[in-house]
Ligand binder design. Structure first.
Ligand SMILES: [Cu+2]
Length: 548
């Protein structure tokens, strides 16, 4: 393959046969994907399902089916993101041990530093933007029109377009595994590391375009959902009667509509730097490195509330149902959602207190961050008062909802610690921060898993197997505890994040515990898949009436 250099080179002509990685791990993943693809192709051809797939799914504008396809994309990417987590844990437990063996070309462990950097960059990018976001958008697509009594979304065709833009973004991420490489600058894409001088390869471009394309899809989806909630409510579905999940969907899509364009601008300017040699974020020549961090986190922090607010909505649907009591404080719940959405715009600098903006600026962002704790606290007390004196039935949806509440308490309280600049200075860039935001994201994961087991009968007409669901829940929870409590501890002891190798054997026992935790997650995934299989097999026995 001829590699033609020229003025377009920063954009084109940087992919050659040499871009196909010769790493045995990636080759293994490639062969696995090709075999899986061939099997699916063979089945669709043998069962003559191509026409059905094209008519009923690939070209549909039906909100339920679009929702299901969003969820499928999200689950596939969630699995990929989990494999990245498994790879990171295994690298660190191998590399940081007293013997620290090195193999597959690595001095320590089995991943060379450049590969390890790509793995955590992909993990973060995938979990936030290609797993949590599509699954939540999918659930909102399925549930919101049903809750407000609408036939479909306001713009069904636009809805389909949003889905396929997200699919293209996800496909680019997957393609980067086998052709070229991925970004090594973290999911944040910090400058100047993502500038051409430090990232001349195609990795950053994959990352940038995948996010830009899918973000257009998410923004279109947000506009669509807001229009649907405002204009498509059935007669009688007044604002005061709107189900709480739909309220959180409204607040979260207002965040998406207003924040994703900021990310678009940040990545757009970075693209101008990479392709046309401008100097927005370059080190020197008038560039301003921290402007990128400001723009990224002006989107980034509202983004984390974009993913957590729908999970709060799911908890507010599940907890009253399984407490057999109406939700406590409906009005304050709605107000708290919008308060959280509003305040989320004024806290972004807590991601880089250590930048040295000075005590006044840091104090403002510190106090603003703590203020988010007030509406969040209102929600926690409203859930507690809903359970109080209720007739609680601890079926799996309720177990996930209450599990989410505990994750919120741990994540929220460590968030309060991080909101204080003095504490933040001592744990910034440590795995304490990593444990904190994973615990907060566990609120989203627990909320989603609770909502899936709660709403599954509504969509598919039969219930999921309860005993297997319980095992899934307990192994998943044991895994969460075994991974993140040791991570909080080693982070407090100063373990830096994003390192493929750390020469401090004192921290190794924590990594061993975390690796054991990942093992528990693997067992929980087994029970999740088994639960789906057994539920499908026994679906006729678990059918639910129209009143489900
Ligand atoms: Cu933040």
């Amino acid at each position: 393959m001829v590699n033609v250099q020229g003025p377009w080179s920063p954009l084109l002509g940087r992919l050659s046969l040499g871009a196909i990685p010769d790493n045995p791990i990636i080759m293994g993943a490639f062969i696995f994907s090709v075999v899986l693809g061939a099997l699916i192709f063979a089945y669709l051809t043998y069962a003559d399902r191509w026409g059905y797939l094209w008519r009923e799914w690939l070209t549909t504008v039906d909100h339920k089916k679009i929702g299901v396809m969003y969820i499928i994309i999200g689950l596939v990417m969630l699995f990929r993101g989990f494999v990245d987590a498994l790879m990171m844990r295994t690298q660190q437990v191998l590399a940081d041990g007293p013997h620290s063996p090195g193999f597959l070309g690595a001095a320590h462990g089995y991943l060379v530093p450049y590969h390890f950097d790509q793995v955590y960059s992909a993990h973060g990018t995938i979990m936030i933007l290609f797993a949590a976001t599509p699954i939540l958008v999918g659930l909102m697509n399925v549930v919101v029109p049903l809750q407000i009594g609408a036939r479909d979304m306001a713009f069904p065709y636009l809805n389909a377009l949003g889905l396929w833009l997200t699919a293209v973004g996800a496909a680019l991420i997957m393609l980067s595994l086998f052709l070229g490489d991925f970004s090594h600058a973290g999911w944040v894409g910090l400058t100047p590391l993502t500038e051409l001088a430090y990232s001349p390869g195609v990795g950053t471009d994959y990352w940038m375009w995948a996010i830009q394309i899918s973000s257009v899809g998410t923004t279109l989806g947000a506009a669509n959902l807001i229009a649907t909630i405002v204009k498509m409510r059935a007669p009688g579905m007044t604002w005061g009667r709107l189900p709480i999940f739909t309220w959180t969907a409204l607040s979260t899509n207002i965040i998406a509509l207003t924040s994703f364009p900021v990310l678009g601008v940040a990545l757009g300017l970075l693209g101008l730097d990479r392709y046309f040699g401008t100097h927005f974020f370059t080190a020197g020549l008038g560039g301003n490195l921290m402007l990128y961090s400001d723009l990224f986190w002006i989107w980034g922090h509202p983004e984390v509330y974009f993913v957590i607010l729908p999970a709060f909505g799911m908890m507010s649907e599940i907890i009253p149902t399984f407490s057999e009591k109406p939700l406590f404080g409906y009005v304050t719940m709605v107000a708290a959602s919008f308060a959280i959405a509003g305040i989320s715009w004024s806290v972004w600098l807590h991601h880089f207190f250590t930048m040295g903006a000075g005590p006044r600026v840091n104090t403002f962002f510190s106090v603003a961050t703590m203020v988010v704790g007030i509406p969040t606290g209102v929600k926690v007390f409203n859930w507690a008062f809903t359970v109080y004196r209720g007739r609680s039935r601890f079926e799996t949806p309720m177990m996930w909802a209450i599990g989410a509440l505990f994750m919120l308490l741990v994540g929220g309280l460590t968030g309060m610690m991080l909101a204080m600049p003095p504490v933040n200075y001592s744990v910034h860039n440590s795995v304490f921060v990593v444990a904190h935001f994973h615990t907060m994201l566990m609120v989203v994961v627990y909320g989603i898993l609770g909502a899936v087991s709660y709403w599954f009968p509504k969509v598919f007409g039969f219930k999921l197997n309860e005993p297997l669901g319980r095992r899934f829940f307990w192994f998943f929870t044991a895994g969460t505890v075994m991974v993140f409590i040791p991570m909080y501890t080693s982070g407090f002891m100063g373990m830096t994040r994003r390192l493929d190798y750390l020469a401090n054997p004192a921290l190794w026992p924590f990594e061993v515990a975390e690796e054991f935790g990942i093992g528990l997650y693997l067992v929980s995934i087994y029970y999740f898949v088994r639960q789906l299989y057994v539920s499908l097999r026994d679906r006729d026995r678990n059918r639910v009436g129209a009143d489900a």
